[in-house]
Design a protein around this ligand. Structure first.
Ligand code: C5P
Length: 224
């Protein structure tokens, strides 16, 4: 069977990552969470007070960041490391979430991330989720999915996730963060979030998780 690339894009909090992970598991493919990479860069910039208007500083900082992914057998999840430090928990919090979209508008940041993502997809057999995977990172991907969901439903899901991580945030604030990220992600000059012309749209508002996963696996198998 031919190995393919599956690109999953969409708005914040649609369940792209959980879906992509389950699809990758079902197909025994590699999963890559591109959002985690932008979150890692954001964390580094926050810690170093990087000036987003200073291109030289940004390029120098980017050279100092080494991002790797490791599978945690005990938890059964893939975790992200920055320069050897496990930053999985820290990047999911509200502080990074509040700054990540602004950092993701920076062209030099995008160029560096896209380069790593394309190299990781070289051998195919990969499911990658993000905002520009079907349009910029892998415009030739065999299967492109564009996920959407009602904003309140997305906010409720994200709020629950944050609570599970110990952060109690009001629904209004979570919703505001999702809407503001969507606006910045869709409105930016470089690689804005948009549905690729050949992407298949899936609205996950009222879909059972297992159904959306099996739908994507079925679509993938048709293309192998
Ligand atoms: O997917 P996640 O919500 O973790 O992504 C965090 C942020 O990273 C997004 O809101 C977006 O600003 C940025 N991002 C991006 N391009 C990607 C993936 C994420 O700009 N491919």
């Amino acid at each position: 069977m031919k190995k393919i690339i599956i690109a999953i894009d969409g708005y914040s909090g649609c369940g792209k990552s959980t879906t992509a992970k389950a699809v990758a598991k079902g197909l025994q493919y590699t999963y890559l969470d591109s959002g985690a990479m932008y979150r890692a860069v954001t964390l580094y910039f926050l810690r170093n007070n990087t000036d987003l208007a200073n291109s030289e500083e940004i390029i120098n900082n980017l050279k100092d960041i080494k991002i790797t992914f490791h599978f945690n057998e005990a938890k059964g999840i893939q975790e992200i490391f920055m320069n050897g430090e496990n930053i999985e928990a820290e990047i999911r919090g509200m502080t990074v979430s509040s700054h990540v979209s602004e950092v993701s508008t920076v062209a030099d940041v995008r160029t560096a991330m896209v380069d790593i993502q394309q190299r990781m997809g070289n051998d195919k057999g990969i499911v990658m989720d993000g905002r520009d995977i079907g349009t910029v990172v892998f415009p030739e991907a065999e299967l492109k999915i564009f996920m959407t969901a009602d904003t309140t439903i997305r906010a409720e899901r994200r709020q629950k996730e944050l609570l599970e991580r110990g952060e109690r945030i009001s629904l209004d604030i979570v919703k505001e963060n999702l809407e503001s990220r969507d606006a910045i992600d869709s409105g930016r000059a470089v690689s804005p979030l948009k549905k690729a012309l050949d992407a298949i749209e899936i609205d996950t508002s009222y879909l059972e998780f297992k159904d959306q996963v099996s739908k994507i696996i079925e679509l993938a198998k048709e293309r192998m």
